[in-house]
Design a protein around this ligand. Structure first.
Ligand code: S3P
Length: 444
């Protein structure tokens, strides 16, 4: 916690092409799969935020050589040289996952099936976040866990096993982290591991395992349930990878330009993966003017679909966002809530309960911050009602040390009357280093 504040004043115009970070989800997985793969993997243009750095630190602590080859625009090129999943080193101390839930949960799955003792720990926010959702299925596969509250909170001790039992698991909440943890553990299970979700979550682990030679099957049932399976034992092969731009980082610019009266922003090389593009489709449904120029060749070894986006000012209107859409745009809900506050009419964001378990209680953070700015926000159970059309005015906003709240309130400052103060803004560097410089850079 720091006393730092950022003061943002309204912008007359927004123009330009802000540099976007490398996709955080893909960057984490590229590093972890490089650890499991024997030999050299190169990862180009990875995100260089605090969360991905946490994963790089864990990968090094487990025995790989992680070299930073070059840095530019908040991105980094890595070379990872690993002895492979069968020869990981037992870490000499706790593995510091920092602020990163993805690091913690994916590493828990990866280590469940490796015969090592390890302790996962992180910052105060991460120590409050629920880990039972991965511990329960990983225990059922045979891994040992110990920690506070029946191993549901960090610090978490893991006793991995060389062989796990495969599992057929229905996740209680839609979570790509839980699904990915089970799939990574499934690599060490003898037989077929299956994970079923009520709504399909981001599929990077599946794409990336396939690209590295591990077959992964997917079936969608008529009711939308989605099952992913793989057969162990298996290990991914080492490959080179270029990371696309992060749609969750692009989301701040999509909303900034949409709600600003005189804006045009260009966003290059954004992943438009069907499991990540909900933010684009939801904003369009609200009336946003977003051009999408699909890049002919899909990017990277994993075949992520990519597009260059152009977003211009638009008159947004309120809509109803279903629980399935909320799940698909879970990281974008804070910035979408700002869009809803400016849009005409009422927006309902349904089924947002998972937001209480993110880097902060994001429902409270959104409601308090937007209310301070003069918006009308009401929380009813897991649903958020936002009555739009109010002129926002500058105020002091609390970020709860949460990167997505910090960036949301800074964007609000571009259009709110007077001065907007963003407290503890530094967390933005967790997913988007250089965000505030980019914010100044797009003022025309
Ligand atoms: C992520 C999954 C999501 C998301 C997070 C990244 C991932 O979390 O909120 O920022 O990379 O798998 P949950 O699995 O908790 O929904």
């Amino acid at each position: 916690m720091t006393d730092d504040v950022l003061v943002v004043r309204p912008a007359a115009k927004l123009r330009g092409s802000p540099a976007l970070p490398g996709d955080k989800s893909i960057s984490h997985r590229a590093l972890l799969l490089a650890l499991l793969a024997q030999g050299e993997s190169r990862i180009t243009a990875a995100g260089d935020g605090g969360d991905v750095r946490s994963t790089a630190g864990v990968v090094a602590a487990l025995g790989a050589t992680v070299e930073r080859l070059a840095e530019r625009d908040g991105r980094v090129d890595y070379r990872v040289l690993s002895p492979g999943g069968a020869a990981l080193s037992e870490p000499g101390g706790p593995l510091d996952c920092g602020n990163s839930g993805t690091t913690t949960r994916l590493v828990a799955g990866l280590l469940a099936g490796r015969p090592l003792f390890a302790v996962l720990d992180g910052d105060a926010s991460l120590r409050r976040r629920p880990m039972g959702r991965v511990v329960e299925p990983l225990r059922a596969m045979g891994a040992g866990f110990a920690g506070r509250h029946n191993a549901t909170l960090l610090p978490l001790a893991i006793t991995g096993q060389a062989h796990l039992a495969p599992i057929d698991y229905m996740t209680p909440v839609p979570s790509a982290q839980v699904k990915s943890a089970i799939l990574l553990a499934g690599l060490a299970a003898d037989g077929e591991t299956r994970v079923t979700e009520a709504v399909a979550t981001r599929d990077h682990t599946e794409r990336m395992l396939r690209a590295r030679g591990v077959p992964v099957t997917e079936i969608t049932a008529a009711d939308g349930r989605h099952t992913v399976s793989l057969r162990g034992p298996a290990l991914p092969a080492a490959i080179n990878e270029t990371v696309p731009a992060d749609p969750s980082g692009a989301a701040f610019w999509l909303v900034a330009a949409s709600i600003h009266p005189d804006a045009e922003l260009h966003l290059a090389g954004v992943s438009t993966n069907p499991t990540r593009r909900a933010i684009i489709d939801i904003l369009r449904r609200m009336g946003a003017d977003i051009e999408e120029h699909t890049r002919p060749a899909a990017g990277g070894a994993d075949g992520e679909p990519l597009a260059d986006l152009v977003v211009r000012s638009a008159a947004l209107h309120g809509i109803e966002i279903s629980p399935a859409e909320t799940a698909s745009a879970i990281d974008e809900i804070p910035i979408l809530a700002l869009a809803a506050a400016v849009a005409s009419g009422t927006t309902w964001i349904r089924g947002a309960g998972e937001l209480r378990h993110k880097e902060s209680d994001r429902i409270a953070g959104i409601a308090d911050g937007l209310t301070a700015l003069g918006a009308h926000v009401r929380v009813e159970g897991d649903d958020i009602e936002i009555k739009g059309g109010r002129r926002l005015r500058g105020a002091v906003t609390e970020t709860l040390d949460d990167h997505r709240l910090a960036m949301t309130f800074a964007v609000a400052g571009l259009i709110a009357e007077g001065e907007t103060t963003v407290r503890q803004p530094g967390s933005a560097a967790i997913s988007y280093p250089g965000f505030f410089q980019q914010l100044e850079g797009v003022r025309a």
